[in-house]
Structures are given as structure tokens and as C-alpha cells.
Design a protein around this ligand. Structure first.
Ligand SMILES: NC(=O)c1ccc[n+]([C@@H]2O[C@H](COP(=O)([O-])OP(=O)(O)OC[C@H]3O[C@@H](n4cnc5c(N)ncnc54)[C@H](OP(=O)(O)O)[C@@H]3O)[C@@H](O)[C@H]2O)c1
Length: 161
């Protein structure tokens, strides 16, 4: 139960550029898949359109104000309080983007962050987080190779009681 948020950001909190990820980092994709598999994921309509199709092996919920909008393989949500209610019974994973992270942050109890130690050009940023409210509970360095060239670190935080 509860709301978890998962994202990757650069040194300047950049998370996206022109509705796409600014980097290629397969290690982070693997981490994302492992953390979200089997769960309910919630994303904004723009993030869904940037991914282009539902994420397999997960219940996909797309937040939109447009009552007409629909896409195959996803359920739509128009009111974030419905997501908050669902989180009373299961773990909900918030997977972006900026607007939806900002909306969900006050309700989240777990943050799953990939820090990418690089500076990218971006148009979309993660909102400010008051890190005093959060305790790191796990941390792991990403392994660099020819496919994964940007130094990165995976850190999970729990909100203080
Ligand atoms: N680095 C990462 O981990 C990561 C992860 C995910 C996304 N991203 C990036 O984030 C960027 C997209 O973020 P974004 O902020 O532009 O868009 P977004 O958060 O993905 O989607 C915004 C849309 O969500 C809907 N929405 C927002 N608040 C709502 C509310 N209170 N009630 C109902 N619907 C609501 C609206 O859809 P309608 O306009 O249809 O009403 C709004 O236009 C892209 O660059 C993407 O690549 C990065």
C-alpha cells in the first residue's frame, strides 16, 4: 500500500527534453522494469504519448483532464484523488512526468531515484523535494560499460514517520 515515485534525473534535475528522455541508459530501463513489474503504474497523458504504448505486465493508468481521451491497453483517470484512494489497497507507482510528479509528491511515501552524474539539455524538470522529509534506505552504484556510459546511482528513500 502507498504511493511510490520512480524517476531518473541529471545533476540539474532534468528529466526530459521535448517529451523524450535526454539519455540512453539501459541499466536504468532494467531497474525501472524490475521496480514496476506487476504493479499499477500511473503516468500523465504526455508521458504515455512519449512511451507510445502500454507498459507490459503492469496495469497502466493515464491521467488526463480530457474525458474523451482513450488508448488501447490503458485505463484513464481524471481525478488524482482516485489514485490516492487506490493506494489505500495497493502500491501505486508514479512514473511521470513533471506535472504528475509535482501532483503526487505530497502523497508519496517512497522515492526511487536514479541520479545521473551528467548535465543534459532539458525542457522538463523534477520538482523541488524537501530532502529533510526523506531517509535513504538503499543505495547502489550503476555499473558502467559500453552501453551505459553516464555515471549513475540508484537510491531509494522512505518518508519519515
Ligand atoms: N526521467 C524520467 O524518469 C521521466 C519519467 C517520465 C517522464 N519523463 C519526461 O517528462 C516529460 C513529460 O512531463 P510533462 O509534465 O510534460 O507531462 P506529464 O506529467 O507526463 O503529463 C501531463 C498531462 O497529465 C494530465 N494531468 C496533469 N495533471 C492532471 C490532473 N490534476 N488531473 C487530470 N489530468 C492531469 C494532463 O493531460 P491532458 O493534457 O490530456 O489533460 C497533462 O497535460 C517528458 O519529457 C518525459 O520524457 C521523464
Amino acid at each position: 500500500m502507498g504511493i511510490s515515485m520512480i524517476w531518473a534525473m541529471d545533476r540539474n534535475q532534468v528529466i526530459g527534453k521535448d517529451n523524450a528522455l535526454p539519455w540512453r541508459l539501459p541499466n536504468d530501463m532494467k531497474h525501472f522494469i524490475a521496480e514496476t513489474r506487476g504493479k499499477t503504474v500511473v503516468m500523465g497523458r504526455k508521458t504515455f504519448e512519449s512511451i507510445g504504448s502500454p507498459l507490459p505486465k503492469r496495469r497502466n493508468l493515464v491521467l488526463t483532464r480530457n474525458l474523451e481521451w482513450k488508448a488501447e491497453g490503458v485505463e484513464t483517470v481524471h481525478d488524482f484523488t482516485d489514485v490516492v484512494k487506490m493506494a489505500e489497497h495497493e502500491v501505486i507507482m508514479i512514473i511521470g512526468g513533471s506535472e504528475v510528479y509535482r501532483l503526487a509528491l505530497p502523497y508519496a511515501d517512497k522515492l526511487i531515484v536514479t541520479y545521473i552524474d551528467h548535465e543534459f539539455e532539458g525542457t522538463d524538470y523534477f520538482p523541488e523535494v524537501d530532502w529533510n522529509e526523506w531517509t535513504p534506505v538503499s543505495e547502489r552504484e550503476g555499473i558502467l560499460d559500453e552501453q551505459n556510459t553516464y555515471p549513475h546511482r540508484f537510491v531509494t528513500y522512505q518518508r519519515h514517520a
